[in-house]
Design a protein around this ligand. Structure first.
Ligand code: CP
Ligand code: NVA
Length: 306
């Protein structure tokens, strides 16, 4: 592993190993043990978009590991505007031991990785959100155990960056994956084909449907995300109308298995894609999921930078 750009770049063994390390680091942290595995190391964090979880969990993770993180706001670097993305990669690599980047265009993360001499981590792009995906499978393993073969993960909503990382992770771990969303907002054929390839290797089943109630039958996990992602703000009103039948509410959750867990990467638009009752209800694992960003990313940092 030189960079962490997409879960689809990993083997299922590498994904398992990252999850095991995340569990180990989480247990140590809960026992107030923070091994200085990255003592003296620094992480440069380039943001083109806002963030709560990604920024804070990476920064706290580096502190726990004995290192430091540097937050670079959208205004400072202005990736590709103030100077070219390859030049940003060349210069940042001279100062820091790792780069985490949250970008609009996934091509920018690939360019950073190509021209950087230090590891690059994708902190969300329009294509995928692999750090979120890793934290989510940590949360799923905590709730459903390590053997995910035959378990069913249902994503309700937009076939977006978060859904993409879940599709890839499910394929690697042998978990069945269903997505339910409106026509015109399916996952792209290229993403689906890559998911299919991973799923064939592990024996997991994939399904794309337009019926959310049919989708959640037998679900072990229901997952949703915002209907309009960062950068799609001007489509928000139109999407709110189109996605309305795909709200994760109490009735939809009741149609899944009785012990279903409900997940959301956050930030949530309460009353749109998810109701207050579900966010704060007995099936929600939202806050564990948010905490797990930190533990999962510490595993990534240690694997890449130690
Ligand atoms: N889930 C997630 O990536 O949150 P932030 O946008 O707050 O980082
Ligand atoms: N799909 C969302 C995820 C936010 C963490 C977005 O890209 O804005």
């Amino acid at each position: 592993m030189n960079h962490f750009l997409s879960l689809a770049d990993l083997t299922s063994k590498q994904l398992h190993d990252l999850l095991k390390l995340a569990v180990e680091l989480k247990e140590e942290w809960k026992a107030s043990v923070n091994r200085p595995l990255l003592k003296g190391k620094t992480l440069g964090m380039v943001f083109q978009k806002p963030s709560l979880r990604t920024r804070v969990s990476f920064e706290m993770g580096m502190i726990h590991l004995g290192g430091q993180a540097l937050y670079l706001s959208p205004f400072e670097i202005q990736l590709g505007q103030r100077e070219s993305t390859p030049d940003v990669a060349r210069v940042l690599s001279r100062y820091v031991d790792g780069i985490m980047a949250r970008v609009f265009d996934h091509a920018d993360v690939l360019t950073l990785a190509e021209y950087s001499t230090v590891p690059v981590i994708n902190g969300l792009s329009d294509y995928n959100h692999p750090c979120q995906g890793l934290a989510d499978f940590l949360t799923i393993v905590e709730n459903k155990g390590w053997d995910l073969q035959g378990r069913k993960l249902v994503f309700v909503g937009d076939g977006n960056n978060v859904a993409t990382s879940l599709l890839f992770g499910a394929g690697l771990l042998g978990m069945n994956f269903t997505i339910a969303g409106p026509r015109g907002y399916e996952m792209s054929p290229g993403v689906w084909a890559l998911g299919k390839r991973l799923a064939t290797e592990s024996g997991s089943q994939l399904l794309s449907t337009y019926d959310p109630h049919e989708a959640v039958a037998g679900a072990d996990v229901i997952y949703t995300d915002v209907w309009a992602s960062m950068g799609q703000e001007e489509e928000a009103a139109e999407r709110a109308r189109i996605f309305a039948p795909y709200q994760v509410n109490e009735a939809l959750v009741a149609a899944a298995k009785p012990d279903v867990i409900v997940m959301h990467c956050l930030p949530a638009h309460r009353g749109q894609e998810i109701t207050d009752g579900v966010c704060d209800g007995p099936h929600s694992v939202l806050w564990d999921q948010a905490e797990n960003r930190m533990h999962a990313q510490k595993a990534i940092l240690v694997k890449l930078m130690k």
